[in-house]
Design a protein around this ligand. Structure first.
Ligand SMILES: Cc1cc2nc3c(=O)[nH]c(=O)nc-3n(C[C@H](O)[C@H](O)[C@H](O)COP(=O)(O)O)c2cc1C
Length: 369
């Protein structure tokens, strides 16, 4: 059997032949640092560029909304207008200076796009209760709206091409619009867009298809999914079916959002396999696999590669430790854990807004009162 590579060694995407200097991926992280009109700010560019400068192979932006009404958070930069392209070009040029790839994470919040932010009752696959709606419920999208949303995704992807991104990650994870279509509880449609997993996946599959029509061959297209979200009715068996459907498309990577790469499935707690192993051992011909969740040390990164992941995604460790990826050649590298002082985070190029946001993540920022 071939020995798996090491986290600090380079990787080449099989189809596009795009090469990265190591196996590290900065996972998408909402940081609220951009402008109210959707323009990316210098602060957000600075935060991402620092992680490229310090050694990450791939930089993924925060989730960015493809439609004006899909915004999930304050201070989120958008992709819904051509006028955003110039500033985004500044971002991609900065990242390329450091020889990293840059992907944008495309999303629509659906039921999680607050009305107080968008001025519209949130939409979803079906009518479902929503605290973020003035009516207490979402509106179910019409077929015409579905087509418009698919067009919004492909238009946003084309803007990314124009802005110099190397690729995109379609955000099908974490309970936003695409996962609301995937979930059995959130998608109760009786038409072709609901029912079996094949039908619930149609929204995502059409988005991929339409994006592939407008982007050049060299452009990387991948999908992030959550293998299990009980509240939405997303379960492992069907996620593996989805994985098989995705493996038949022309996507370049599948990104598994595990939250904890070392735990087993909540649907099959007695089976020792991790979520990554369930995928890599059950599906032939998977594209490049990225796995993210709970990775902190070189040992963790190596262990997740041994589970079958090609690339290692990290979120939280990259916030205080922008140089994380450059240390992956050190066998026993395991940087300091939380809590971090505001000063530590300022030194890591986070603005006050982002530091304040991180205070919502329990125990992450030192209480300095
Ligand atoms: C501050 C913060 C913001 C996040 N925003 C996003 C996001 O915009 N899109 C996304 O897919 N995941 C988001 N995540 C999840 C991360 O990408 C990652 O999957 C998660 O933090 C688990 O990895 P970790 O244990 O390395 O932090 C966010 C996580 C954090 C900590």
């Amino acid at each position: 059997m071939l020995k798996k590579s090491e986290p600090h060694l380079s990787y080449t995407f099989p189809r596009t032949k795009k090469k990265i200097k190591n196996r590290s991926v900065l996972a998408a992280m909402t940081n609220k640092q951009s402008h109210g009109d959707g323009v990316i700010s210098n602060q957000e560019i600075k935060w991402l560029s620092r992680r490229a400068k310090d050694g990450f192979g791939i930089i993924t932006t925060a989730a960015t909304h493809v439609s004006k009404y899909g915004q999930g958070w304050e201070g989120e930069f958008g992709l819904f207008e051509d006028s955003f392209i110039d500033r985004l070009t500044l971002l991609t040029k900065n990242i390329h200076k450091y020889d990293s790839l840059i992907f944008a994470q495309l999303f629509h919040g659906g039921m999680r796009a607050p009305e107080k932010l968008t001025g519209q009752v949130p939409i979803s696959a079906s009518i479902i209760p929503s605290d973020l709606s003035s009516t207490g419920f979402t509106k179910a999208v019409s077929i015409k709206q579905i087509e418009q949303l698919i067009y919004d995704f492909s238009s946003a992807a084309l803007r990314c091409v124009k802005a110099g991104f190397d690729g995109i990650e379609i955000h099908g994870a974490h309970g936003y619009l695409i996962s609301q279509f995937l979930g059995k509880k959130t998608n109760q449609r009786k038409d072709n867009w609901g029912g079996s997993i094949n039908k619930r996946a149609k929204f995502l599959l059409r988005i991929i298809e339409e994006i592939k029509k407008v982007v050049p061959e060299s452009f990387i297209v991948g999908v992030r999914i959550s293998p299990e979200i009980k509240e939405l009715g997303i379960h492992l068996d069907e996620s593996l079916e989805l994985g098989k459907l995705l493996a038949k498309t022309e996507i370049d990577f599948i990104h598994l959002s595990c939250w904890d790469c070392f735990k087993s499935s909540t649907d099959y707690p007695k089976d020792k396999r991790t979520l990554t192993e369930w995928f890599t051992q059950s599906i032939d011909d998977l594209p490049t696999v990225i796995s993210t969740g709970g990775i902190w040390s070189t040992k963790d990164a190596k262990a997740v590669m041994n589970q079958g992941a090609d690339l290692i995604g990290v979120g939280r460790v990259a916030i205080p430790h922008p140089e994380w990826a450059a240390n992956l050649n050190i066998k026993d590298y395991s940087p300091q854990k939380m809590p971090f002082s505001a000063e530590d985070l300022r030194k890591a190029d986070l603005s006050k807004i982002f530091i304040d946001y991180m205070k919502n993540w329990k125990g992450f920022v030192k209480d300095e009162k």
